[in-house]
Design a protein around this ligand. Structure first.
Ligand code: AHR
Length: 661
């Protein structure tokens, strides 16, 4: 293939071209990025029933979920009660009545407690004596052996017999790695004590919140923006189950527990509408405030998404009528969120932000209006969008809104959505970009690298969820598996990204989905990063995103291609600071391909040495695993006196060619 790098400048590449989308799916947040090790730490766990087909969702409180007596068969009565909780927003707490000394209870902590030597773990909990005198021991135990532990004396009831909640804290550490262990609480004496809000956090958590290894791998992706807190969790399976901005603020004790909409994923009559992830819940240890902090840590622009009074349209028919005054509560949520992010400390929500520890505004510029909404006469989504747009822009005329093209590409509802947004072009700030979601086969991505060459300019595209799926995504997913994150899928995404990048005048932001998956806990597969309690697996898809984000360039350079056979998907950009042409090339075939470059006379190579970053494998089915990240980009310097580059079979290459400005 002959590739001429012309002297013609193309579209600017926005700084936020490659970003991230985070949603609590696959235990990505609770059980994942949130560094909290304990499960059901506040005894609020809910067991979810129902499913997409029956649409009959309900939850049962299961306060003792993830807890058991310790030692097994110890004479201790555990009851989850209500009455006078630490926070009325989370009304349940544990009452432990020990019949003999050194009996208590233990937490299963997902796959068990994992501790690294050299890291200190902060344990905290609330307790109050009912008729107890003595100490409580917090320990980490495995196979009945205590590996480490510390005790605190429980404050007795006061002179009036009043027993009040007291927060206790201690630190634990180990000298050798501990895996699959129990978090144990022992009453050293017989008696009754009440407990609530246990926590065990590693001291190395980023910002005291985010699991270090995961946060670092997110940062290494160099994301330009972060879309949060979901997808479908924003909408909820029911309106009551939706993600509410206000429930996620303030003290963690006050953040109202919610069941996770993915707890019922895959349910059907065959499993009695009750699946293995029925207890998947949201503590909101990471809520809106923490997502804004995460954006700061990542250097990414925040893109929060809120609901529009429609529960997930796949899952439910619940909606708030547009004539009902209740719809203004949903609109108010947008206004409060924007004030929370940007308002002065003298405003109601700006002062909440300041009290939580962040006086300076977060600099919010955009908000997503709905997730995968579509017009069907019932939802009245177009009218709904117009109402939300009008009310939000009345107060915040400058905020950029992201609309939605619904859940699938090229369908009648997709085109109806685009017709709607196009019809309103020219009405000021009506919509900045429209969110499109593409979960399709690798073949589709390979065949459509020119997809955005033809789309109308004007309203921008936010390519907000996509991934190449080699087979049906909804089949039974193997328990531990990054097996669908194949090199083929990664190359297909890279190929399509070359087309999006070439059209960055219209495609302004892109992000892969879903981002994170805990092995053995995934409702959705493939995912960008896999992890377990100890390790992280960066998929080939991860490296494609990273290579694009780190080598975006400032603007496109027009190219011309001559071929003897099969064109390789490619894109050329220019990095003004480094004075380098950046060429991205995908060769998904089994043969090496030689690319001959022709440089327009405006480009004079300042050095024959070219930096090449190359992701390649031996076959399209190659994957990475938690044990082995075999597919990784390699960086090398190649001499290019002959202006030729040999692209390996099954490879994605980034070439950085130094030129005189
Ligand atoms: O990314 C997984 C899900 O896919 C998102 O929650 C939803 O928006 C889409 O259907």
């Amino acid at each position: 293939m002959e590739l001429t790098i012309t002297g013609r400048k193309g579209a600017d590449i926005p700084k936020e071209f490659v970003g991230l989308f985070i949603e609590d799916i696959n235990y990505a947040v609770d059980g994942g990025l949130y560094a909290e090790l304990l499960e059901n730490r506040n005894f609020e766990s809910l067991e979810a029933f129902g499913g997409e087909i029956k649409k009959d969702y309900f939850v049962k409180h299961d306060g003792l979920y993830a807890w058991k007596t310790y030692p097994e068969n110890a004479p201790v009565l555990l009851s989850v009660v209500q009455g006078s909780p630490v926070s009325v927003h989370n009304p349940h707490y544990l009452r432990a009545e020990a019949g003999q000394e050194r009996s208590g209870f233990a937490n299963k902590a997902y796959d068990g407690i994992y501790m690294r030597p050299g890291v200190s773990y902060t344990v905290s909990f609330y307790a109050r004596s009912v008729n107890y005198q003595g100490k409580i021991t917090i320990a980490i135990a495995k196979d009945g052996n205590i590996l480490c532990g510390k005790s605190v004396a429980v404050e007795p009831s006061d002179a009036f017999g009043w027993n009040k909640w007291v927060r206790y804290g201690l630190a634990l550490g180990v000298e050798e790695e501990v895996r699959n262990a129990d978090f144990v609480v022992l009453l050293e004496n017989p008696g009754t004590v009440e407990f609530d809000h246990f926590s065990m956090m590693p001291e190395d958590a980023v910002c005291g919140i985010f699991r270090k290894d995961l946060a670092e791998q997110l940062k290494a992706l160099h994301p330009g923006f972060l879309r949060f807190p979901g997808g479908c969790v924003v909408e909820g399976s029911t309106l009551a189950n939706r993600y509410r901005f206000r429930d996620t603020l303030g003290r963690r004790e006050d953040r109202r527990y919610n069941w996770n909409r993915w707890a019922t994923h895959g349910n059907s009559a065959e499993n009695g509408y009750h699946g293995v992830y029925a207890h998947y819940g949201q503590t909101y240890g990471i809520g809106f405030y923490e997502y804004f902090l995460l954006c700061e840590y990542l250097g990414a622009k925040p893109l929060p998404v809120l609901g529009v009074g429609l529960a997930c349209q796949y899952q439910s028919h619940e909606k708030v009528d547009l004539k009902s005054p209740e719809i203004y509560e949903y609109i108010q949520e947008y206004l409060d969120l924007i004030e929370f992010a940007n308002g002065g400390t003298d405003t109601k929500w700006g002062s909440v932000r300041a009290k939580m520890g962040h006086e300076a505004p977060f600099g919010l510029e955009m908000v997503g209006v709905g997730n995968e909404q579509w017009e069907d006469g019932e939802s009245r989504f177009f009218e709904r969008y117009q109402l939300f747009e009008r009310e939000i822009h009345k107060v915040y005329p400058g905020i950029r809104l992201i609309g939605t093209a619904g859940p699938e590409l090229d369908s009648a509802r997709f085109h109806a959505a685009w017709d709607f947004y196009h019809a309103h072009e020219g009405e000021g700030n009506f919509v900045y970009a429209v969110d499109e979601h593409y979960y399709v086969k690798p073949e589709w991505f390979f065949a459509h690298t020119d997809y955005f060459d033809q789309v109308p300019r004007g309203t921008k595209v936010f390519f907000g969820e996509y991934a190449a799926h080699s087979t049906d995504p909804f089949r039974q997913i193997p328990e531990k598996s990054s097996e669908r994150n194949t090199l083929e899928a990664a190359l297909a995404e890279a190929a399509f990204m070359t087309g999006m990048a070439r059209n960055s005048d219209v495609v302004v932001m892109t992000c892969y989905a879903p981002l994170l998956a805990r092995a053995g806990y995934a409702q959705w597969n493939p995912d960008l990063i896999w992890f377990d309690e100890k390790s992280v697996c960066r998929t080939p898809n991860y490296f494609v995103q990273q290579m694009f984000a780190k080598n975006a360039g400032d603007y496109n350079i027009a190219m011309e291609i001559k071929m003897e056979s099969g064109k390789l998907p490619c894109q050329v950009s220019y990095d003004t600071k480094e004075k380098e042409l950046i060429v991205k090339l995908v060769n998904a075939s089994a043969e090496a391909r030689t690319v001959s470059f022709v440089f327009d006379r405006v480009w004079k190579k300042s050095d024959q040495r070219v930096k090449v970053i190359q992701l390649a494998g031996r076959q399209l089915s190659d994957t990475n695993t938690l044990e082995n990240e075999a597919i990784q980009p390699e960086e090398k310097v190649v001499m290019m006196e002959d202006n030729q580059y040999r692209a390996l079979p099954y490879s994605f290459s980034v070439l950085r060619i130094p030129v005189e400005a």
